[in-house]
Design a protein around this ligand. Structure first.
Ligand code: CP
Length: 313
């Protein structure tokens, strides 16, 4: 079993069969994570570099845990403590890492398209851990795994992404992945935070949060980047919270018990209230748990897919 691409750069154009393969493999890996000794030798022949040119908590740590659970050799690279701070380029940096014989680069970078550029200059397999506002494929895959656990299937599932859609790599990867798998996808937010012509991707647009919730089975609440208010994209945090914040009273108005996702990090009291984030409809920490299983599945299928026999040993 292997994916159709050598890399995971985004979910745009990723075939349904590949998404299905990742989600299905992640079920086996989640079971491994629940064992008393949650470790298998599957990637003991593989060396992975986690190259993070931007801050991260969840993605960096869950990739590292996934690699260690699969017995890969792991090296962590952080731009702020490397020779990047002396002016070394991205390509030179990765070429130097490759000279030390690595197999896979997991990269987060603020520039959209940076992982694609890497594939043109390096022979390692590349996994995108978030490239600027472009894509964050493993986040969308773990969101989809969590939705499949909650609902069983994506067919006719009504998913709404609410918040800063225009600057969100999580939104774009979720849109591509969910539409490929047959879900109905909507976005909701103030017009300044919704890209023009986003309907052309096949999503519905709401500017009224209560209306969006009335048509949803689940909502994925996106972080409001506080610097957006300084650049005038919405008048105040208080007004954003009043019109688009996910509060207990807003959830009570919805016709059903919505499942609530958030990719993190959260701004409590801005896009989501604490009693919702920590309440019974929230699957936010389940998303984090599933992140390790999804990243194990992606690493396995990208770097060691032919060694299927070792998956459960
Ligand atoms: N969801 C997410 O990408 O979180 P981090 O920035 O902490 O990795």
């Amino acid at each position: 079993m292997a994916l159709q691409s050598n890399h995971l750069l985004g979910l745009e154009g990723t075939p349904r069969e590949d998404i299905q393969a990742i989600l299905d493999s992640a079920i086996s890996f989640k079971e491994i994570l629940e064992r008393p000794i949650p470790k298998v030798p599957t990637l003991r022949h593989v060396t992975v570099v986690n190259a993070f040119f931007e801050n991260s908590t969840r993605t960096r740590i869950s990739f590292e845990l996934a690699q260690k659970r699969l017995s890969a050799d792991v090296v962590n690279f952080s731009a702020s403590t490397s020779s990047v701070s002396k002016g070394e380029t991205l390509i030179d940096t990765i070429r130097n890492l490759e000279a030390m014989k690595i197999d896979v680069v997991v990269m987060r970078h603020p520039m959209p398209g940076a992982p694609v550029i890497l594939t043109k200059y390096c022979s390692s397999k590349v996994i995108n851990a978030g490239d600027g506002p472009h894509e964050h494929p493993t986040q969308a895959l773990l969101d989809m795994m969590t939705l499949r656990e909650a609902f069983g299937s994506f067919e006719n599932l009504n998913v709404t992404l609410i918040g800063d859609i225009a600057h969100s790599r999580v939104a774009l990867s979720n849109i591509y992945g969910l539409l490929t798998m047959g879900a109905n996808v909507a976005v909701c937010g103030p017009p300044t935070l919704i890209p023009r012509n986003i309907e052309s991707l096949g999503v519905k647009v709401y500017h009224d949060a209560d209306e969006a919730l009335a048509h949803s089975d689940c909502i994925n609440v996106l972080r409001i980047q506080l610097e957006r208010q300084k650049s005038g994209l919405f008048p105040s945090i208080r007004e954003y919270h009043s019109f688009f914040g996910i509060t207990r009273s807003r959830l009570l108005k919805a016709s059903k018990d919505l499942v609530i996702l958030h990719p993190g990090p959260m701004n409590r009291g801005v896009e989501i209230d604490s009693d919702v984030a920590d309440g019974p409809q929230s699957v936010i920490l389940q998303q984090v748990t599933n992140g390790v299983a999804i990243r194990m599945a992606v690493l396995f299928l990208i770097a060691g897919g032919e060694r299927e026999d070792e998956l459960v040993n």
